[in-house]
Design a protein around this ligand. Structure first.
Ligand code: R2B
Ligand code: URA
Length: 297
């Protein structure tokens, strides 16, 4: 990306102080000293998972003799989001759903801009419902699509519908698929992003449901036939915002269940932990490979 700015907002340069309100930092903080070396930003839903990711990654960076930074501590000053730094990698939680990930992405993109960070890559590592995809399988997203199966993230801005493409970086996706050396299946396919976990994902087990099991199955079958291999709630916004900022980005989610077989998440805590670790393992392998390749030892 070279010197091209991640932000496209002429109003920011006229502000004396910009508050990154939801992480409790502002432009009076020494953002350059702390964040100018960031090369990867990894986002996932839960705060605990992203702390664990930062610690696992730090151990691997240390083992490889790479810059692993100092003690892992939360750099966010609010209880909305957590943010950890291990060497050149930020690990941040995004909460659940598009509004939550949109807020933290706005503030992270501005943070990197103010810190003068360059050539940064973003990852979302998460959980999802598989579609014809067995539990534990990791899906690397080809493209994020909306509930109408279009690769478009739609926002209402000033009372008007505005669409941005949610197509992802095919080179990064291919590199991630190629670096899988782990003992679990990794597949590529489209990811459908919804605004809701229950009716929005054609479940029969929410508080409300006005359709029959057959309607659900024929819808999910149609979505599967269109190339979708998993369903979650953030990829569309994540892909579109990174694309708009000119940031290469990838989405790596484990399937917790196969939605063609059921709706309930009822696996054991051990299986859940094992499954949740899988996207982390793939992304850690990729990051180590890239840092080693670039001779940053
Ligand atoms: C996957 O899991 C969460 C819902 O349980 C949501 O954040 C998502 O995308
Ligand atoms: N996350 C989702 O959004 N859907 C699922 O089915 C599982 C995890």
């Amino acid at each position: 990306m070279g010197d091209k700015s991640y932000i496209q907002n002429p109003h920011l340069s006229g502000m004396t102080v910009d508050e990154l309100y939801h992480i409790g930092l502002n432009t009076n903080d020494d953002l350059k000293t702390i964040f100018s070396d960031v090369k990867f930003v990894c986002l996932g839903g839960s705060s605990g998972r992203m702390e664990k990711f930062a610690k696992l990654l730090q151990d691997r960076l240390r083992e490889e003799g790479l810059n692993c930074g100092s003690e892992i501590k939360n750099l966010s000053k609010t209880d909305r989001y957590v943010m950890y730094k291990a060497g050149p990698v930020l690990s941040v939680n995004h909460g659940m759903g598009i509004p939550s990930i949109s807020i933290i992405l706005n503030e992270l993109i501005k943070l990197l801009h103010y810190a003068n960070a360059r050539d940064v890559v973003f990852f979302r590592l998460g959980t999802s419902g598989g579609l014809g995809t067995e539990p534990g399988t990791v899906v690397v997203t080809k493209n994020a699509v909306n509930e109408l199966l279009k690769p478009q993230y739609e926002q209402i801005i000033l009372g008007k519908r505005v669409s941005h493409s949610s197509e992802l970086d095919s080179k990064l996706t291919a590199e991630l698929l190629a670096c899988n050396r782990e003992d679990f299946a990794v597949v590529s396919g489209d990811t459908m992003c919804t605004l809701d976990f229950y009716e929005g994902q054609a479940r029969l087990n929410g508080a409300f449901c006005d359709y029959e099991s057959e309607d659900k199955m024929s819808y999910l079958q149609k979505v599967y036939e269109a190339g979708v291999r998993n369903i979650e709630m953030e990829s569309l916004c994540f892909a579109a915002m990174c694309r708009r900022a000119g940031i290469p980005a990838a989405v790596v989610c484990v399937a917790l269940l196969n939605r063609l077989r059921g709706d309930q998440l009822n696996h054991s805590p051990e299986d859940r932990r094992d499954y949740e670790n899988r996207p982390m393992k793939l992304i850690i392998s990729y990051i180590i490979q890239q840092l080693t390749k670039n001779g940053q030892k």
